[in-house]
Design a protein around this ligand. Sequence first.
Ligand SMILES: Nc1ncnc2c1ncn2[C@@H]1O[C@H](COP(=O)(O)OP(=O)(O)OP(=O)(O)O)[C@@H](O)[C@H]1O
Ligand SMILES: [Mg+2]
Length: 323
Amino acid sequence: MKKLLASYGRDDEFRAVAEQIIEEEEGKNNKVLARTLRRTLEHGAARGDKARTLAPLIPFPHAASDFVERVEPEHTKGDLILSPRNAGVFAGLLQEYRRSDDIRRHGLPVRSKLLFCGPPGCGKTLCAEVFAAELGLPLFVVKLDSLISSYLGETASNVRKIFEFAQKQPCVLFLDEFDALARSRDDTGEHNELRRVVNSLLLFIDRIQPRGFLVAATNLDQSLDPAIWRRFDEVVWFDKPDRRMAERYLAMKFKNVSVAFEPRSVAASVDGFSYAEIERVCIQAIKAAIIGRRKQTTLDDFRAAVSDEKRRRSGNDRLSNAI
Ligand SMILES: Nc1ncnc2c1ncn2[C@@H]1O[C@H](COP(=O)(O)OP(=O)(O)OP(=O)(O)O)[C@@H](O)[C@H]1O
Ligand SMILES: [Mg+2]
């Protein structure tokens, strides 16, 4: 890192040091990071625009670090199953981002505030991570729960700092569990203070023109307040997999495993499951074979894992009914 900073302004030297860092990361098996770094380096070089290539990385406001975390993407596009419609939405957003300078020059806005909606375990968080990696942008995850409670205290200015940061630094700012905010807005009566806080957060979201993207995720759907919807340029739905998507997902999960059945053929048995639930079933089935010291995962392993997941789900239903 020292060498990299010392080479600032000397293109050849800078490139050599950057290549060395990338190779080191490859050597450490940090493949996603290495790939992202290489893409960023090539992208900068291809633009041939010195001033922009050497734009400084703005230090992250440390005071805000309690509720913002920089996350290093661990997943790639190959780990994410997207419906054809969503794949189209993301391809469009990527293209738009890459031509954002031209679009802005024509006086037109660039879509940069996205709302991800859908039931738990259907890829909202995963997609935010993969999206950042695809863009070659750093990912900052904001923990809304702690942010709201800290906002109630004395650290209101930290919120401003986060938004100011995202306004200057190209990044993906991810507001996970956005439900916390939506729910707080519903609260009436004694929570006036909370409401004021939430409204001012919404105002920040309104005003920000991110250099990268602001992405919020929620698993509340229809009940979401229209005042929240309209602040986003794009709303993306993450649904539970239909039969065909479940087939693709099962094939992907058993890709590197020896199985005694055709993964796609068992998709019907996970109808109505989320991706996260199907993933848990696959992991359980594979583990059963390991525990039984068998080389292959069998259909029985899979079936047992499915019924175990169903048992678990009925437990969940009972829990939520009790609440
Ligand atoms: N569309 C998908 N493609 C591939 N894997 C998925 C997908 N959706 C979920 N998964 C798997 O399930 C796990 C959990 O998904 P994720 O955290 O993205 O869900 P979420 O929609 O953010 O849920 P929550 O609303 O609970 O935050 C992922 O780490 C991944 O292993
Ligand atoms: Mg999530």
